[in-house]
Structures are given as C-alpha cells and as structure tokens.
Design a protein around this ligand. Structure first.
Ligand code: HEC
Length: 143
C-alpha cells in the first residue's frame, strides 16, 4: 500500500517534470530559432570560379580581390585611422618609418600579428595579397 502511494507520488512528479521539460523545450525551440537568426552570417564567401558565387554577383575571373583601400577601410582603419594602441597612423610619417622595414617584414608582421597588432588585423578572410594591398594603401598615405 505504502509502496503504491510512493509510486503514485513519483509518477505525479514525473508528469509534472515532463510537463516542465516540454515547456522548457518549446521555449528552447523558439530561443534556438532566434539565436540562429541572430548569428547567421551577414554575408557568405564564394570562391571565384565555383558555382556558389551565384551568377551576376560573382567576381569576374582573375579578380585580385578587394582593393587595398577597401580592406583598409573595413579592417584596418579602426586602429590605423586614429593610431590607437600605438598603431602607425594613416596619412602620417609613421608609415615612412615603418616602410623602412621593407614590405616583406611588414607583410609577415601584419599576417602573424605583432604586439597589439592582431594577426591579419582581424581580417581572417583577407588573402595575403589583400593584406599587402592594405599596407601599400597605408604606406602611400604617408606624408
Ligand atoms: C586592433 C587594432 C589594429 C587593427 C584592427 C589593425 N592593426 Fe595593424 N597595427 C596595430 C598596432 C597597435 C601596430 C603597432 C605594433 C607595434 O609595432 O608595436 C600595428 C602595426 C601594423 C603594421 C606594422 C608592422 C611592423 O612590422 O612594423 C602593419 C604593416 C599593419 N599594422 C597592418 C595592418 C593591416 C593591413 C590591418 C588591416 C587588415 C591592420 N594592421 C589592422 C593595430 C591594429
């Protein structure tokens, strides 16, 4: 008898628990959808020459990628525009001094990072050539 009532109690608990789990999982499903919506990529990468680029929006074959000015504006200006953290500042003699190191060293340091300069200036999707273009753009700005 006593065992039975414990059983009843347990199954009542289980039913309650299951209800709570179901409510929680419905909640989780909507949260999940919201999260997917929130974290979905704002753009997608396609490789020149494959079909994923989707016709007209595809970069022309042989394109050299983003221009140095574009890469600079998108990924480097945040630090190099103001000279924050000791970054050589755009449009100043900072870049005359740096360019004395030679492009090979500058490029290697930009790719690998140096001190407060993060690897690839945080542009993980930038090719070596695009990084180089951005550096040339900054060196060209030197006065
Ligand atoms: C988070 C800030 C930040 C961003 C973003 C950033 N840099 Fe830098 N960068 C720095 C700092 C700080 C230095 C100075 C490092 C030092 O010499 O101590 C630096 C130095 C450099 C140097 C000189 C390296 C040397 O050997 O003297 C190059 C080249 C460079 N950055 C390129 C880039 C390029 C290209 C981008 C964008 C793709 C970029 N940086 C984005 C902070 C940044």
């Amino acid at each position: 008898m006593r065992v039975l009532s414990v059983n009843k109690f347990v199954s009542a608990l289980c039913a309650l628990g299951l209800g709570a789990v179901m409510v929680a999982s419905v909640q989780a499903a909507t949260d999940h959808d919201k999260i997917i919506e929130r974290i979905k990529p704002s753009g997608s990468v396609c490789i020149v020459g494959d079909d994923s680029c989707g016709g007209a929006s595809a970069a022309p074959a042989g394109s050299a990628g983003r221009s140095g000015a574009d890469v600079y504006a998108a990924s480097c200006a945040a630090c190099h525009g103001t000279g924050v953290l000791g970054a050589p500042k755009f449009g100043t003699s900072d870049w005359t001094d740096r360019s004395a190191k030679g492009m090979e060293t500058l490029l290697a340091n930009a790719i690998n990072g140096i001190n407060a300069m993060p690897p690839r200036g945080t542009c993980a999707s930038c090719s070596d050539d695009e990084i180089k273009g951005a550096i040339e753009h900054m060196i060209d700005s030197a006065k």
